[in-house]
Design a protein around this ligand. Structure first.
Ligand code: GLU
Length: 242
């Protein structure tokens, strides 16, 4: 099953991501990873095995990452590729400016991978997920709008997914979407939380939006824009968590 988390706001992101992942451990996992934006650069950290291994990996970087207020995280249950550091999420595009975490299975990733390799994309992992990272980045290169790139990319992919995406050229922005996999957005004051399940966000907020299939949300610290698959803006339905 695995789990994803995300945060955009004004608080230090590191502990929010790690604590959120800890709350999702019950879903089962074999490796973990996070990506955070730090001084205009996206940094990715991954580890095999327990979340405590990722915490150890991150410990020497705690000071330099302390100012980061946006990031995404993942605990992986390997479906495509062994549970190694290379296959752990987040995955990146060629240039590393786009990062993605994914829960689920992309059924047509081989076709997408073939097309993208022909265009010069170099794959580093054996995962289905990496195809989505390159696909969104490829489209982003043409449309220069992350939400639009995600919409056009998800039109092409088949399978099940919850996705949380961050791009270095899109300041303070997360884009999230899902199809046949759970995803909830927690609403705070000047901040948003993203998670596969409520335990990862309940400590922070009781106000939440459950994404429905094919909706895409664009989150910045102070705004949420929710769209259907056609790109029409819709009003988010806010629920109060018990
Ligand atoms: N299919 C992806 C992979 O194997 C995601 C698995 C998951 O949901 O953890 O990396």
């Amino acid at each position: 099953m695995c789990g994803i988390v995300g945060y955009v706001g004004r608080k230090p992101v590191l502990d929010i991501l790690l604590d959120g992942l800890e709350q999702l451990e019950y879903r089962g996992y074999d490796s973990s990873g996070i990506a955070v934006k730090c001084s205009d650069e996206i940094k990715v950290y991954k580890a095999e095995g327990k979340l405590s291994n990722l915490r150890e990996e991150l410990a020497p970087h705690a000071y330099e990452l302390a100012k980061s207020t946006i990031g995404i995280g993942h605990i992986r249950w390997a479906t495509h590729g062994a549970p190694t550091v290379i296959n752990a999420h987040p995955h990146t595009c060629n240039c590393g400016r786009l990062v993605i975490v994914h829960n689920g299975i992309i059924e047509n990733f081989k076709e997408i991978k073939k097309e993208l390799e022909a265009k010069g994309c170099v794959f580093k992992s054996q995962t289905d997920t990496e195809a989505v990272a390159h696909l969104i980045a490829d489209i982003y290169g043409q449309v220069k709008d992350l939400t639009k790139a995600v919409r056009l990319a998800t039109d092409k992919i088949q399978g099940a997914y919850a996705l949380c995406i961050m791009h270095n050229d899109e300041k303070d922005k997360l884009v999230v979407t899902k199809r046949n996999a759970p995803l909830v957005i927690g609403i705070g004051e000047g901040e948003f939380y993203v998670a596969s399940d409520v335990p990862a966000i309940i400590k922070h907020t009781k106000r939440a939006i459950y994404l429905t299939d094919n909706q895409i949300a664009t989150l910045t610290p102070d705004t949420i824009k929710l769209e259907n698959e056609k790109g029409d803006e819709i009003n988010p339905k806010v629920e109060i968590l018990p």
